[in-house]
Design a protein around this ligand. Structure first.
Ligand SMILES: [Zn+2]
Length: 455
């Protein structure tokens, strides 16, 4: 973690005031109270609008930040009294006007493929003509064409691309993302992707959590061999994983567990080996057909099982059982992907919520199946295609997305002691965030107590 007041945005270097007091909000979604599941998935910890007969209604709800952390949240008079009682110097809190907007925690995108070379707009046309994902992949397109372009890309080129899209994400209110490798499929390129992701996170203002995804596809040089898939799995376990672990920057290990890609048995071997190296497992599970991914995620205690557009009944059961333990597997659903793939079938979000499985939402930002960096757009897709309510979706991109990255004690809610990652929106209610698809709704973004975007 970097220091709360590092210099950002082209070297702007004035000493910030140690405190911020966000005033003028219509309402604040605190998301206080921990990971959401079942009936609590839609509880956003709303403060305000404060009733007119309440003496504090005149000044509304506020968020106080001090030295990069949340100090207090609530009605202004109560917050100021509490801060004074605790000895905070009220004169050193700079006022930030929310101008009637809603205030939420900074959004968290728990599933992105941030770094890649090239683009794949040609596949949009192939899909319109009826080509399927596996058909495009088998013809050397899909992930493999991005792998070829990524292997050619220098660290500088990848970093410039990453900055361009992180900037876009910041404009949509995102303050932390996960970024997977997986377009190198050899040790050298995988480490280049992980290192660039790490460097971009250090550069800020968005925090970037790197994930190693060597088992994203079988690379071309192994495909010609009769034992190609198995030989590549061995190379991931015996060559890439030790190198990635020694490099020391990746936090998680991910596998594309899907019929025709990596089987549940192969995925288990890779993820167990990764765990022995200290990389926490997460996986692409049951995106296209039931492939044992949800079952495997529950069995090995993965932090998250992602996609889940086609889980088996047994897989749903396994995630429901895991949700009753102290290590629930977050179901990270990616509705922008099923939308962009023109699917009629989407992840069964309502069934997950009914069965108590915590649900997160991510963009799946990648050049083939989800070229959007807009988490609010994915929120709209979650409302329309997954039938989640706007409040359920807000929990899915804040506290539950934090849990999917095992960061729920640090980010994802506005509670005293947590990182002061805050978004002030141009709309007055949380339910308007997914209601205006594609619009620029963010007024101000605060990252660890510093204003990093102000429109
Ligand atoms: Zn993905």
């Amino acid at each position: 973690m970097s220091s709360p007041f590092r210099v950002i945005e082209g070297g702007r270097s004035e000493e910030p005031s140690p405190g911020l007091l966000i005033v003028g909000a219509t309402e604040i979604a605190t998301m206080a109270g921990g990971v959401r599941s079942g009936p609590s998935q839609g509880e956003i910890g709303r403060i305000g609008p404060i009733p007119a007969d309440d003496p504090s209604s005149a000044d509304g709800p506020v968020v106080a930040c001090w030295e990069g952390r949340i100090a207090a949240v609530g009605p202004r008079s109560k917050v100021e009294a509490a801060l004074a009682a605790e000895g905070y110097p009220l004169g050193r809190f700079a006022r930030v006007d929310a101008a009637g907007g809603v205030v939420t925690p900074g959004l968290i995108d728990p599933h992105t493929h941030l770094l890649f070379g090239g683009s794949r707009e040609n596949e949009l046309i192939l899909r319109q003509r009826g080509a399927g994902y596996m058909e495009i992949l088998a013809a050397g397109g899909g992930i493999l064409s991005t792998v070829a372009a990524t292997r050619e890309a220098s660290a500088e080129t990848l970093a410039a691309h990453g900055r361009r899209w992180l900037d876009e994400m910041l404009g949509h209110g995102v303050t932390t993302i996960e970024a997977k490798s997986g377009y190198g499929l050899d040790l050298e390129t995988e480490i280049r992707l992980i290192q660039v992701a790490w460097d971009l996170g250090r550069e800020g203002p968005i925090d970037v959590v790197p994930t190693y995804l060597g088992a994203h596809a079988v690379p071309a040089e192994y495909r010609a061999r009769p034992d190609g898939v198995e030989a590549y799995v061995r190379s991931v376990i015996e060559e890439q994983l030790p190198g990635v672990a020694a490099h020391g920057r990746a936090r998680f290990c991910d596998v594309f567990c899907e019929e025709g890609v990596f089987s549940a048995d192969q995925s288990r071997r890779i993820l167990q080996a990764a765990e022995a190296y200290g990389l926490t497992p997460r996986l692409h599970a049951d995106e296209l057909v039931p492939s044992g991914g949800a079952e495997l995620a529950a069995e090995i205690g993965a932090a998250s099982a992602d996609h889940l557009a086609a889980p088996s009944a047994a897989g749903m059961d396994a995630l429901a059982v895991a949700a009753t333990t102290d290590r629930p597997v977050v179901a990270t659903l990616l509705p922008a992907t099923t939308w962009f793939l023109m699917k009629e079938h989407h992840a069964p979000a309502r069934a997950f919520i009914d069965r108590g499985v915590p649900v997160a939402i991510g963009t799946d930002f990648n050049p083939g199946t989800s070229p959007t960096a807009s988490l609010p757009l994915a929120m709209t897709a979650a409302c329309l295609n997954l039938r989640m309510t706007p409040d359920e979706v807000l929990a899915a991109v804040t506290i539950n997305a934090a849990r999917a990255l095992l960061l729920e004690d640090e980010i994802g809610s506005l509670e005293p002691g947590k990182a002061a990652d805050v978004v002030i929106w141009k709309v007055p209610t949380t339910s308007q965030i997914p209601y205006w698809p594609g619009a620029d709704l963010v007024r101000t973004v605060i990252k660890r107590g510093r204003i990093v975007l102000d429109r």
